[in-house]
Design a protein around this ligand. Structure first.
Ligand SMILES: N[C@@H](CCC(=O)N[C@@H](CS)C(=O)NCC(=O)O)C(=O)O
Length: 224
């Protein structure tokens, strides 16, 4: 059986899959391909992910795209009853938080980070940044309340629900989170895990090595 292969430079949503693989201590290969014509839109890549997006994994002869489907699959396969909840209700909660993260906060955090951090200062759009922050106020309050009386989303233990939500909003660590102190403490707790630190190091290196025209192209392609 060939090793798990994770495709996608760590600056992208591939970070989510890399973090999970590290949490699980998996033996995997990372193929840090770029978005667009240089990588994810080549005919070879389109053959494994017709969306032309990152990440995708190949696990034996099983191919899977969608970052949070990947983390849920890996957790269920390798850590049932621990990172992946062992009860029907716990599993449903993990899905709830994962779908919530994509629907409620993914785009807002991405827009904010581009227009607050990643684009050159003179190209940042203050109105888009402010609008993104406005959109995040209500869901961030929901998340803050969810981790106000317990350390993690499902209770006392870190699970795939925490990994998925924290990975989606990881760039929010650079925001002023003083209005949501429980969220801030929880996010820090998640991102300080050894596996998260390792994956974040890959992501930071990829961020630092990304030329500005690629960042501009990402903003354009993803309409951010
Ligand atoms: N919902 C997908 C989104 C994938 C996605 O949009 N990935 C970005 C990189 S973070 C990408 O490949 N963008 C390039 C493009 O759309 O051409 C997931 O979570 O995996």
């Amino acid at each position: 059986m060939s090793r798990l292969r994770i495709y996608g430079i760590a600056r992208t949503r591939a970070f989510r899959a890399l973090w999970m693989a590290k949490e699980l201590g998996l033996d995997y290969e990372h193929d840090p391909i770029e978005i667009g014509d240089a990588g994810a839109r080549t005919p070879e890549f389109l053959a494994i992910n017709p969306n032309g997006r990152l990440p995708v994994i190949v696990d034996g002869d099983f191919v899977l795209f969608e970052s949070l489907a990947i983390t849920l699959y890996l957790a269920k396969k390798h850590s049932p009853g621990r990172l992946y909840p062992g009860t029907l209700e716990g599993e449903a909660r993990a899905w709830q938080w994962s779908l919530w993260a994509v629907a409620e906060v993914d785009r807002g955090v991405n827009i904010w980070s581009l227009h607050a951090v990643r684009l050159p200062p003179e190209e940042r759009d203050a109105a888009r940044r402010a609008e993104a922050l406005k959109v995040l106020v209500a869901p961030f309050k929901v998340l803050d309340a969810a981790v106000s009386g317990q350390p993690y989303l499902l209770g006392s233990d870190f699970t795939v629900a925490d990994l998925n939500v924290a990975a989606v909003i990881s760039r929010a660590v650079e925001m002023d989170l003083s209005a949501v102190p429980n969220l801030r403490a929880w996010l820090t707790r998640c991102l300080e895990r050894p596996a998260a630190r390792e994956a974040l190091a890959l992501k930071t290196r990829a961020d630092n090595e990304t030329p500005v025209d690629v960042t501009r192209r990402i903003a354009r392609i993803n309409r951010l």
